[in-house]
Structure formats: structure tokens, C-alpha cells
Design a protein around this ligand. Sequence first.
Ligand code: AMP
Length: 178
Amino acid sequence: MESSVLNRFKQTIRDVKDFPKEGIIFKDITPILSDSILSRDVLELLKNQVNGLKIDAVVGIESRGFLFGMLLSQALEVPFIPIRKKGKLPYKTLSYRYDLEYGSAEVEMHVDALQKGMSVLIHDDLLATGGTAAAAAELSIQCGANISAFSFLIDLEFLQGKKMLGKYSDKIFSLVTY
Ligand code: AMP
């Protein structure tokens, strides 16, 4: 069952060349979302990967991390906490600025989203260099939480994102790697 779901998953991801800029092959997961049965099976695999871990909340990263992140939090029966780009969350926030290839980015989380001592699962659709997921980890730590694990649909292994996340948790899961 697992390998057949992974095969269907891999076949359904759409590669979009040169988006959002030249040289990038964008991994488009919208065809997965169009297939409700496949999405349900994918969720089951994501849930199985973190089976037995202490997870008090799922922290999802804007915006594609919200899609399966929210479903995962429901399946695990824990809160879902959104991380958004600066200026999008309405209430008081904590923020974290990090470097990109060109320039920098800033992400935010509501100050009361997590409580001290909570163990969180950080989820996004794709792990590339790891900068975004590391920023989510830093924000969670600012709130006093521990990082239980990271969960991704896709890991672009050649970009070595896992290296950047290793200091937060050694549990870094993905369904498929490229
Ligand atoms: P990074 O911070 O470099 O790990 O980049 C991860 C973030 O950028 C995630 O939120 C991804 O959704 C997005 N991302 C980076 N590269 C790609 C790609 N090739 N296809 C789809 N999304 C990507």
C-alpha cells in the first residue's frame, strides 16, 4: 500500500520549469489536491511517519504548509499553528528574519500560539535549503516550545536542507526525495 501510494504521489506531482524564475523546477502539488483519494492516502503516510512521537501542535508554514499541515493536526488531534510572512497575522506576533540567496525574509507567529514546553511538528510541502523550516523552528523556540520533528512531502536532497535542520531535531521526514 505504502509504495503504491508513493508511486502515485510521485507520478502526480507536476514539474513546472522556470517558475518562479529561470533555472527553478517548481514542484507543483496542486494535482495531488485535485485527487481526494490520493490526498487522503498521503495524509495517512504523513501521520504514520510521526507515529509514537510526542506532538502537542503542528506548526505549518505559509502557504502550502497549511494544506496538509492542517489535515495532519486534525488527524493527530492537536492544534494547528500558522506561520506567515510578515504583516499577515492580525494579533501580536513574534518575528524571525532570515537570509535568502538574494536579500532576506521575515516570518511571524502569534505570541500566544504555543505554550512553553510544548513539543511541535513543523510541516511544509517542500524542503529546499532549509532556511524557511529553520525560521519556523526558531519562532517555535522563541515561544518556549521544543522541536519534536519536521515533516515534508518533498525533500530536494541535493540542496542539503537536512544539514540546516539537524541542530533542531534529528527526525526529518519526507515522502519523496529528489
Ligand atoms: P527553503 O527555505 O530553501 O528550504 O525553501 C522552502 C520553501 O520554498 C518552501 O515553503 C517551499 O514551498 C518553497 N520552495 C522552494 N523550492 C521549491 C520548489 N522547487 N518547488 C516548490 N516549492 C519550493
